[in-house]
Design a protein. Sequence first.
Length: 75
Amino acid sequence: MAYYEAQVRSATGEAGVNEALAGVTPAQWREARAEQRACQKNQLKQYRFRHKRATFLQGLEARWAAVAQRTPLLP
């Protein structure tokens, strides 16, 4: 929403923004949304590691322990 508002206030105005958005296909939108969600997930992981390190590491160790129990190749 903030990007839309910034573009509306730029030289192209609302009509220019709406025209540009009309050319975006649903596939392009889904791809951009997936990329944005991946970036956000990575940033959240970094934040949790920096600011809630103990909780983050406990969760990570719990997930590793769960995977190790299901993997017959590991001792």
